[in-house]
Design a protein around this ligand. Structure first.
Ligand code: V47
Length: 372
C-alpha cells in the first residue's frame, strides 16, 4: 500500500499532504506529479480524490454526436477531419439530415445532442438558429450542446458582431451548453506549431468565461501527446483552473490524446504519440488532471479517443465519466482512433460495472437520470 513515507520517497510528500487535506496543488506540484515514475502511485491519489467527489458512481450519457460539416477555414495541423470547401470528401449536412439523426433514437430520446463542425467560411447564424429551434421542437427534453468557442468566434466574424451577441442568440434558441473542443494546448509557441490560425488560448478562456456569465455552461479540453511537454500541460491545467475560479461554468474536463493518422503534424514529426508508453502517459495525464483541477467537478474518459480498455482503466485513475453512446464520430476516427463509433447503453453500463463502478445515466450538464 502507498502511505505518506512512500510518497515522501518519490519526492511527493508535500503534494500528498495537500491532497489528503483537499488543499490546492501548485504548478510545481503538478510538474513533480508528472515526473513521478510510479503511475500507480499517482493513480491511487487521483482515485482517492475522485472517490471523495463522486463515490463509486461512473457517469454515462445516451447521446448523439452530429458533425454538420467538415469545411473549415483553420488548417490545424493535427486535424484529419477538416476539408477545404472544394476539397475531396468535404461535406455539409442539410437541416433535414441533421433532424433525422436527432430523431433516430428508437423511441427513447437522447439525453444529449452534441453538434460541432469546422469553422465554416459562410454558414450564417440564422441557419443554426432555425435548426436548433427545430431540434428543440422535436426533442424538447434533450439537452443541446453545440459548438466549440472557436466556432463561436468564427460566427461572430461572419456576422460582424460580438461573441456575446452570438452567445445570446444561441441561448435564445435553446443551446444549453458549449462543447470543450479547441483548447489544444494554450502555450502560444505550441499553438504556432500545431494550429497557427486558431484563436489564442486567452481568447478560448475569455469566450468560455463570457458564456458562463450568460448562464451557458461549457466543457473544456486539453489535447496532449504531440509537441508539448509536461510543463505546458501543467500550465494549461492551471489556466483552466484559474478561469474556473473566475467564471465557474466548466462542467467537465476532457483530456484528448493526440491521434496521429491522416494529419500533417505526425507526418512532419515522426515518432509522435501511440508509441511505447502511450497508454501509461494517458493514465498519468488523467490522474494529474484530476489532482490539479480541484474546481472542475467531472473528468471524462472519452472512450472514442482513449480506446475502450484505457477508458475503463481511467475510471480508477481519476475519471468519473465515459461520455456516451455517440452513434457517429468522425474527428477521432478519421485520425486513427480505432474504438468504433457507437456503444449501446447496455454496453456502457457493462463496461462500468466490470470496472467496479456503479453506472449512473446523466444529461449533458450532468443532471443524473433515474435508472429505469
Ligand atoms: O476540438 C482534433 C481535438 C476536439 C485531433 O465537450 C484531436 O463533451 C486528438 O472536443 N487527435 C473535438 N484530438 C472533440 C471534443 C469533444 C469530444 C467529446 C466530447 C466533448 C464535450 C468534446 O478533438 C477538437 C480538437 O481539440 N482533436 N483532432 C486528433 N488528431
Amino acid at each position: 500500500m502507498f502511505d505518506e513515507t512512500y510518497y515522501q520517497g518519490l519526492g511527493l510528500g508535500g503534494a500528498y499532504r495537500k491532497i489528503m487535506c483537499a488543499e490546492r496543488l501548485s504548478e510545481a506540484d503538478g510538474e513533480a506529479l508528472f515526473a513521478c515514475p510510479d503511475v500507480t502511485a499517482l493513480g491511487a491519489l487521483a482515485h482517492h480524490v475522485r472517490t471523495r467527489m463522486h463515490g463509486n458512481n461512473a457517469y454515462y450519457v445516451r447521446n448523439r454526436h452530429i458533425n454538420y460539416s467538415n469545411i473549415c477555414v483553420n488548417r490545424c495541423r493535427f486535424c484529419a477531419f477538416r476539408r477545404e470547401a472544394d476539397g475531396d470528401g468535404a461535406f455539409m449536412l442539410s437541416a433535414e439530415e441533421i433532424l433525422a439523426r436527432v430523431c433516430d433514437d428508437q423511441g427513447v430520446p437522447f439525453a444529449e445532442i452534441h453538434v460541432v463542425g469546422g469553422c465554416h467560411p459562410e454558414l450564417r447564424l440564422a441557419w443554426f438558429e432555425e435548426l436548433f429551434a427545430e431540434i428543440r421542437k422535436a426533442r424538447p427534453h434533450a439537452e443541446l450542446k453545440a459548438f466549440t468557442v472557436t466556432e463561436i468566434h468564427n460566427l461572430a466574424c461572419i456576422e460582424h458582431c460580438s461573441t456575446r451577441e452570438v452567445l445570446l442568440r444561441l441561448r435564445q434558441c435553446g443551446v444549453d451548453m458549449l462543447t470543450g473542443g479547441g483548447a489544444e494546448i494554450f502555450a502560444s509557441e505550441i499553438r504556432k506549431c500545431i494550429c497557427p490560425e486558431k484563436i489564442s488560448g486567452d481568447e478560448y478562456l475569455r469566450i468560455s468565461g463570457e458564456a458562463h456569465s450568460l448562464g451557458i455552461a461549457s466543457n473544456c479540453t486539453m489535447m496532449f501527446g504531440h509537441v508539448e511537454n509536461f510543463a505546458d500541460r501543467v500550465r494549461h491545467l492551471c489556466a483552466l483552473r484559474e478561469q474556473q475560479d473566475k467564471s465557474g461554468g466548466f462542467v467537465c474536463f476532457i483530456p484528448l490524446p493526440y491521434q496521429p493518422l491522416h494529419n500533417p503534424l505526425a507526418a512532419e514529426l515522426p515518432g509522435l504519440a501511440g508509441g511505447v508508453g502511450a497508454g501509461l502517459d494517458r493514465l498519468r495525464t488523467i490522474a494529474v488532471s484530476r489532482l490539479m483541477l480541484d474546481n472542475i467537478a467531472h473528468l471524462k474518459a472519452y472512450w472514442i479517443m482513449l480506446g475502450i480498455k484505457c477508458a475503463q482503466a481511467a475510471l480508477s485513475f481519476g475519471a468519473d465519466d465515459l461520455d456516451g453512446t455517440i452513434m457517429e464520430e468522425h474527428i477521432g476516427n478519421m485520425a486513427g482512433a480505432g474504438a468504433g463509433q457507437a456503444l449501446s447503453r447496455a454496453e456502457l453500463e457493462d463496461m462500468i460495472r466490470r470496472s467496479g463502478f456503479t453506472p449512473v445515466g446523466r444529461t449533458a450538464r450532468f443532471a443524473t437520470l433515474r435508472a429505469d
